[in-house]
Design a protein around this ligand. Structure first.
Ligand code: PLP
Length: 394
């Protein structure tokens, strides 16, 4: 027996592989510091949990409409004015998380042979879903020297007559980089000139430590060629609820709904009521969450820069640090992947190799700092001691 060849085109997320290895060490009695997984350590706000439970008690246990609850679609459309996007319920489609919307957007927009510009380093699922949809991923670089902002000239150089989609992710996983308003305006002009779609992954939009940028979809004419992908996982600490959405031209929402009827049917009804409470209720838990992340970011960046051979820029968004460890790799002869594996096996500290995000991540680690302060301090101490012991051996 054999499976369909298309399954071989799927990639994966190393975060889950490393999490599995960390869990094995824990089962053997070790205390592992988890800096590998991009998940808020705080719980979902109580009023959101209550809204979900109330919905269940009130009998919201049936199928919802495939595109989502009208009230939630409307609330999402209204919330987008915060990023400069003027849109309506008919433009919004709800999915169980942002990831299914990425998947559906790839299937909806990419024809065989289409080239899709993907950030490198970048969220590995982009490349995976592009290949699954028979497209060809074309990497564009995000460089440390430009604070990991998208390099518009480098993107322009990679556009060919076959380029169909540009995937943007601001703030960016794994680097925390953002794009300036000028970058976004130039990217929008490129998209218009070359008739490109933009898939704008904005799942970290609320997790910005300076002024929040507008969405690229806010720029004139861009709503017609952009699919915004966002969700409730990161900002509202709702990873396990599975709630996300896409915002797109209304003509695309119809076929997208048919795609959803074919694979998801709909998103859990009570979860959508919880999402409605998250959007319409008090936002102070989000503000507290972002403020506490900022303090943790500063702790981690300072701790990393205090380690000989490590340099780390201060990321303006998301909840990841992306330190440059190339000096340590050169000194020890380890590859990035070996460094991360040995750090876990010998110092019980789980991080991701930058190469988990494509070849452009080489020479870096990704650390999620959305975890308790005491664990961050322990992880930094372990990293420092382990690096020192390595230097002593080499
Ligand atoms: N996009 C990016 C850049 C992410 O980092 C993640 C989660 O790690 C997602 C999308 C998926 O989020 P969700 O939990 O809403 O599926």
């Amino acid at each position: 027996m054999r499976s369909a060849a298309r399954l071989n085109r799927l990639g994966t997320e190393d975060a889950y592989v490393v999490l599995g290895a960390a869990r094995q060490l824990e089962a053997a009695g070790h205390h592992v510091v988890h800096l590998e997984i991009g998940e808020p350590d705080v719980g979902t706000a109580p009023h959101v949990v209550e809204a979900g439970i109330r919905a269940l008690r009130e009998g919201q246990t049936k199928y919802a409409l495939a595109a989502g609850l009208p009230a939630l679609r409307d609330a999402i459309a209204q919330s987008l004015t915060g990023r400069g996007v003027r849109t309506f319920a008919e433009n919004v489609i709800i999915t169980p998380g942002a990831k299914p919307m990425l998947f559906c957007a790839a299937l909806a927009l990419i024809d065989p042979g289409d080239e899709v510009l993907c950030p490198n380093p970048g969220f590995p699922i982009y490349e995976s879903v592009v290949r699954f949809a028979d497209g060809t991923p074309v990497y564009y670089p995000l460089a440390n020297s430009r604070s990991f902002a998208p390099d518009v000239n480098a993107i322009a150089e990679r556009i060919t007559p076959r380029t169909r989609v540009l995937i943007l992710n601001v703030p960016h996983n794994p680097t925390g980089g953002i794009a300036s308003p000028d970058d976004l305006a130039r990217l929008a002009a490129l998209a218009e000139r070359h008739d490109l779609w933009i898939i704008s992954d904005e799942v970290y939009w609320q997790i910005s430590y300076g002024s929040r940028s507008q969405s690229i979809a806010a720029l004139p004419g861009m709503l017609e060629r952009t699919v915004i992908v966002d969700g409730f996982s990161k900002a509202y600490a709702m990873t396990g609820w599975r709630l996300g959405y896409g915002v797109m031209p209304s003509w695309l929402a119809g076929p997208m709904t048919t795609l959803i009827i074919n694979n998801l049917s709909c998103t859990a009804t009570f979860v959508q009521y919880a999402g409605l409470a998250a959007l319409q209720g008090p936002q102070d838990s989000v503000q507290r969450w972002v403020a506490s992340l900022k303090a943790r970011r500063d702790l981690v960046v300072a701790g990393l820069n205090a380690i000989d051979g490590v340099t780390c820029a201060t990321p303006p968004g998301a909840f990841y640090a992306f330190p440059d460890i190339s000096a340590l790799l050169e000194r020890t002869g380890l590859t990035c992947q070996q460094f991360a594996e040995r750090l876990l096996a010998e110092a019980y500290t789980a991080v991701l190799s930058g190469t988990a995000f494509g070849p452009g991540g080489d020479g870096h680690l990704r650390l999620s700092y959305a975890t308790e302060r005491s664990e961050l301090e322990l992880g930094l101490e372990r990293l420092k001691n382990w690096v020192t012991s390595l230097a002593a051996v080499v």
